[in-house]
Design a protein around this ligand. Structure first.
Ligand SMILES: NCc1[nH]cc(CCC(=O)O)c1CC(=O)O
Length: 315
């Protein structure tokens, strides 16, 4: 393997994105001490459009496109992403080189006044802009009001502190990475808020033609996480998932067996379709497709069409 003199990592400029890119930078520097590893900091459309909920902005790959341009014109060799933000139908000329070890995949309950969702009184306002979180909250706590909450982590926490919300829901992974875990009142169980495909994991994107990069990055791969997220992303892919659709998929490895759970929800919170299955680690993708098939047989397609139409009407 030929080790390059210099590597450039494309990254967004949010604090979390920079943490993630610097984390990869440190790992690569340790692995390849002769190589100079630099960051190319970029603003994406997802960072600029802050007045709409993500489902209404509606673009797949809202947070990755600009970084891909840098890969294409050779300004960067790799791009570091929250895997959750990487489109499941990532296509040629791009490729995921590897998936790194997952942080805590759970959603976190953040509030200045309450300890957990079940403590909130009727009419209390919960902030989240994820349809996935919203539908699961609505199913279990129909007396709560869910309101949109956008912006990077610091912005979201500021809006909570200003009193616009009784509580907000955020990915635990981001808070932990930014040393903000003390803001977490409680963790929402996987059962109560099934996470998004890839939540908590980092994905490294490259040009598919860059075999040298692919080989170099295999040292960062985490087999367990990669198998779990392949299964999760396959569910989403098979259902045509995007952030317009309330879709969750989460897998864990239990003694070499993958345990995959997924759900599709009605945007109005009226019902949720769930499916789960166990399978071999080496058959992760197939397992995801099978779980998606079970969801389809239970009527998931109709819910997905409704969600996509609702998003169109809202624009
Ligand atoms: N959609 C934005 C996004 N992308 C990744 C994370 C958190 C970190 C992760 O899941 O890896 C977040 C924020 C959130 O969901 O609270």
């Amino acid at each position: 393997m030929k080790i390059p003199e210099k590597l450039v990592i494309a990254t967004r400029e949010s604090r979390l994105a920079l943490w993630q890119a610097e984390y990869v930078q440190a790992k690569l520097s340790a692995l390849y001490p002769q190589t100079k590893v630099e960051l190319l900091k970029m603003t994406t459309r997802g960072d600029q459009i802050l007045d709409k909920t993500l489902s209404k902005v509606g673009g797949k790959g809202l947070f990755v496109k600009e970084l891909e341009t840098a890969l294409l014109d050779g300004r960067a060799d790799l791009a570091v992403h929250s895997l959750k933000d990487v489109p499941v139908d990532l296509q040629h000329p791009f490729q995921l080189a590897c998936v790194m070890e997952r942080e805590d995949p759970r959603d976190a309950f953040v509030s200045n006044d309450y300890t957990q969702l079940s403590d909130l009184p009727a009419g209390a306002i919960v902030g989240t802009s994820s349809l996935r979180r919203e539908s699961q909250i609505r199913e279990r706590y129909p007396h709560l009001i869910v309101k949109s909450l956008r912006g990077n982590l610091d912005t979201r926490l500021r809006k909570l502190d200003e009193g616009q919300y009784a509580a907000i829901i955020l990915a635990a992974a981001g808070l932990k990475r930014l040393k903000l875990a003390e803001r977490i009142q409680s963790y929402i169980t996987i059962e109560e808020s099934l996470p998004a495909a890839g939540q908590g994991a980092l994905g490294i994107e490259i040009l598919a033609a860059r075999q040298d990069m692919y080989d170099l990055l295999q040292a960062l791969k985490h087999d367990n996480t990669q198998a779990c997220t392949i299964a999760e992303r396959a569910v989403s892919f098979a259902l045509g998932g995007s952030c317009q659709v309330p879709l969750a998929a989460h897998a864990v490895l239990e003694n070499d067996t993958l345990y995959l759970r997924a759900l599709v929800a009605a945007t109005d919170g009226s019902h949720i379709i769930r499916a789960e299955k166990r399978g071999r680690m080496t058959q992760a993708y197939t397992l995801g497709i099978e779980v998606a098939d079970v969801l389809k047989q239970s009527g998931a397609k109709v819910l997905i069409e409704q969600a996509i139409n609702a998003a169109k009407l809202d624009k």
